[in-house]
Design a protein around this ligand. Structure first.
Ligand SMILES: [Zn+2]
Length: 417
């Protein structure tokens, strides 16, 4: 299996990965040196003096020497992240594959523009995560890149030890609007990444994990995504997002009930960023579907069995808390979404906490009812009221369904008799 993209029946990296990562050079997925350890520590230190240590994770710089990757003090083209030391985090041996898997899910399944990356092995067999720097241009120069802490002037000196956790996502969005000309595509990409991070339990997407980068034309745009991983595997007790979505993001009924973000908080953020509601629905819908593909990629990853099970558990938990969208409900009932919800299709709806189910039918009324559509609310007639409702469409027999709180919808056939 290709350690870059999971393609089967390949020895080492597949042609596509070789092209993306190494411009087609046949580079081995096994590095010509051992993982850092006491014996070779000096060698690593000599060659990596200038590298920063971000958080607990050590990063090394590599460059391509012919067809061989070597540690580089200067002119690095790749970043190598070995298994981090077990300080304050658990399951460290799973970190390289966790990051690789999460990045692959983002790019292959959700079409998120990510840094090119792969899993690679030291000569002694231990895995590491490798990613190609995207701020290096083909001539070897650098594209200017600044992260959101830099852009916002937040440093350890100005905002203390936790400076990269100072602020909220709305603030980052506002910076994108300010510095990116024709900013909507970058804002939508940013919003999509935030929903992705939530669904895949990346609780460490702080200010330095979003950057603006200069394009060859000289203007700025949101950079490709990097550092995506399911942090819950390593820090299960940490909060679910690195920073707040916006000021007052907990001020809604859903949050008051669940004490967690749901679709409503994300929709409100998108609204504040000026993203059109049809686009917001499309983005959220995109990230909540494709469940089969995600499960299959997790299962074919190189995580150990326990980590696979946990990764899946966290993902399923997030799918539940994020509820359902109109398209998901229509698909579940096998309804062509252009027909909206015809009144003859019986459905059984299951809600998240308190877990309860109701049966009945969705009705057509939501057509042209913009506030209800924007807020993911639907008109429904519960089974016991169907006869009375059908008589003269009296609205007192309607129930309003909150799509945000729905876990599943399935076709329902009443028992005979
Ligand atoms: Zn590949």
């Amino acid at each position: 299996m290709c350690p870059g993209c999971y393609k089967e029946n390949v020895d080492g990296y597949c042609t596509t990965c070789l092209k993306k990562l190494f411009d087609g050079k046949k580079v081995s997925h096994i590095l010509p040196f051992d993982a850092p350890k006491d014996e070779n520590y000096k060698d690593y230190q000599d060659k990596t003096r200038k590298l920063s240590i971000s958080g607990v994770q050590l990063k090394y710089s590599l460059k391509l020497d012919g067809k061989e990757l070597q540690l580089a003090e200067t002119g690095g083209e790749y970043i190598l992240k070995p298994i981090p030391p077990s300080v304050q985090i658990i399951n460290t041996s799973q970190a390289p594959e966790n990051e690789h898997l999460t990045m692959q899910i983002a790019s292959q399944i959700f079409d998120i523009d990510t840094a090119d990356n792969a899993l690679i092995y030291f000569k002694d067999g231990t895995p590491a995560y490798i990613t190609r720097r995207f701020d290096i241009n083909p001539e070897g120069g650098k594209f200017l890149q600044e992260d959101m802490a830099q852009i916002n002037g937040k440093t350890k000196q100005s905002h203390g030890e936790n400076f990269k956790y100072e602020g909220d996502y709305e603030e980052i969005g506002k910076l994108i609007s300010k510095f990116v000309p024709a900013s909507m595509p970058s804002l939508e990409a940013f919003f999509k990444l935030l929903v992705f991070n939530y669904v895949f339990s990346n609780g460490d997407a702080h200010l330095k994990n979003f950057s603006l980068i200069q394009s060859p034309m000289g203007d700025y745009t949101l950079s490709r995504a990097y550092d995506l991983m399911c942090t819950e595997l390593h820090t299960p007790d940490e909060r679910e997002t690195a920073i707040d979505l916006y000021e007052g993001d907990d001020d809604n009924e859903f949050y008051a009930r669940e004490r967690r973000y749901g679709q409503v908080s994300f929709r409100e953020l998108a609204k504040r960023l000026g993203i059109q509601s049809t686009r917001v629905h499309r983005i959220i819908n995109n990230l909540l579907t494709a469940r089969d593909k995600v499960e299959s990629m997790i299962n074919s990853s190189m995580l150990n069995e326990k980590s696979k099970a946990n990764y899946l558990k966290y993902y399923h938990g997030k799918l539940s808390i994020m509820g359902m969208t109109e398209i998901m409900i229509a698909n579940a009932l096998d309804i062509n979404k252009h027909d909206q919800f015809p009144s003859d299709r019986l459905a059984r709806i299951t809600f998240f906490r308190p877990r309860r189910t109701i049966t009945g039918k969705f009705i057509n009324k939501l057509v042209n009812d913009t506030p209800r559509i924007e807020n993911n609310l639907y008109y429904f007639v519960e089974s016991e009221h169907i006869e009375k409702y059908d008589l003269n469409q009296d609205e007192q027999y309607l129930t309003i369904i909150e799509g945000d709180a729905v876990i599943s919808v399935e076709p329902f056939t009443p028992a005979a008799g």
